[in-house]
Design a protein around this ligand. Structure first.
Ligand SMILES: Nc1nc2c(ncn2[C@@H]2O[C@H](COP(=O)(O)OP(=O)(O)OP(=O)(O)O)[C@@H](O)[C@H]2O)c(=O)[nH]1
Ligand SMILES: [Mg+2]
Ligand SMILES: [Zn+2]
Length: 314
């Protein structure tokens, strides 16, 4: 028996990398490992292989997943990832902090460390984006931020201390999942951080499953130094599968304030009576503005969750 890692999954066939030899093999799996849910073996899984048959899936350290509420199922896309690389664009598509905050919620839920990449800095225009604000916002949460241009490897950082080479260092010998809106430059960046060893622009990973349920595969791509996932599985930014009461736990920066609101069911709106955020904070302070922008994301997600009937969730 050999220990291997699943690099690519397609319905019933799995491309695995044998850990000792680095050899790639295509394996099938014992029927009971595939029963029920279609995702019982996912990319990232460590498995035991016997004669090109997966006979055991080893326990996962974490899972990238969503709950499909109507079907009462957990849909896992990948497992055993070390880092979530949130890729954003400072030009086009426009920077959307609401989407970034949604990824941060998933990072908490999945138990994976997030990194933030500000890409397309070669096109940065200070009239279009308050870069310092967005950086402070992330930095405040303890998230490492990188200033890069995926199309210009020689781009010199102007605002942040970390750039492309630092990002490469962070990713070394780890498995990282790249998330971000379409067009922000995930595939370009993957090719850049791998020094061209990985080229996804040609084989179009991520173009496959656009529909909700069609995404049944994804892939780990690797170079000698790193393993990366350009996930087609997490295209939706919705959070309707979360429970309303758990949401605040994914906003540790707001949780402490929220418990100080006069009413435990405070909606944290401007006219909410005794709301900590509106009555106790100096609204002109920079730190308050950062916090309020996080609160805005929180309230929007809470609203979205509350519109999904809870009987569908359990
Ligand atoms: N100017 C500039 N263009 C970039 C940069 N990074 C990516 N692009 C361009 O932006 C476009 C989208 O890049 P992709 O890497 O395909 O974006 P993606 O995030 O993988 O998009 P999806 O696969 O649709 O999710 C391409 O035309 C890239 O050449 C950058 O740093 N600067
Ligand atoms: Mg892409
Ligand atoms: Zn409140």
């Amino acid at each position: 028996m050999l220990k291997a890692r699943v690099f690519k999954s397609a319905k019933r066939e799995f491309e695995c990398k044998i850990l000792d030899s680095g050899e790639r093999v295509v394996a099938t799996a014992l029927g009971n490992l595939l029963k029920g849910d279609e995702n019982t073996i996912v990319v990232g899984d460590y498995v035991m292989i016997d004669n090109n048959v997966i006979v055991e899936v080893l326990p996962r350290t974490n899972e990238m997943y969503r709950l499909i509420i109507r079907e009462q199922k957990k849909k896992v896309t990948a497992s055993n990832c070390d880092l979530m690389v949130i890729v954003s664009s400072v030009s086009r598509p426009e920077y959307k902090r609401g989407i970034v905050d949604r990824f941060l919620v998933r990072a908490h839920q999945w138990g994976i460390r997030p990194l933030m990449v500000f890409n397309k800095m070669d096109e940065f225009n200070p009239d279009e984006l308050d870069f310092q604000f967005e950086f402070d916002r992330m930095n405040n949460l303890g998230i490492e931020c990188f200033e890069v241009s995926a199309t210009d490897p020689n781009y010199k950082t102007q605002f942040l201390s970390l750039g492309l080479s630092d990002l490469k260092d962070r990713l070394a010998y780890k498995t990282s999942i790249f998330l971000g809106q379409s067009g922000v430059g995930k595939s370009r960046l993957i090719s850049q951080v791998s020094d061209g060893a990985i080229n996804l622009l040609s084989n179009e990973v991520g173009r496959v499953g656009k529909g909700k349920h069609t995404t049944t595969w994804s892939e780990i791509v690797d170079s000698e130094r790193m393993s990366l996932i350009d996930s087609p599985g997490i295209r939706s930014f919705g959070v309707e599968d979360l429970l309303e009461e758990e949401l605040i736990t994914y906003f540790p920066d707001l949780e402490e304030g929220a418990v100080q609101c006069k009413f435990s069911n405070c909606e944290h709106h401007e006219d909410s009576k005794g709301c900590y955020f509106y009555t106790k904070l100096d609204q002109n302070a920079h730190s308050t503005k950062l916090k309020m922008s996080r609160l805005e994301s929180f309230c929007r997600m809470k609203e979205e969750i509350s519109q999904t009937p809870s009987y569908l969730k359990k």
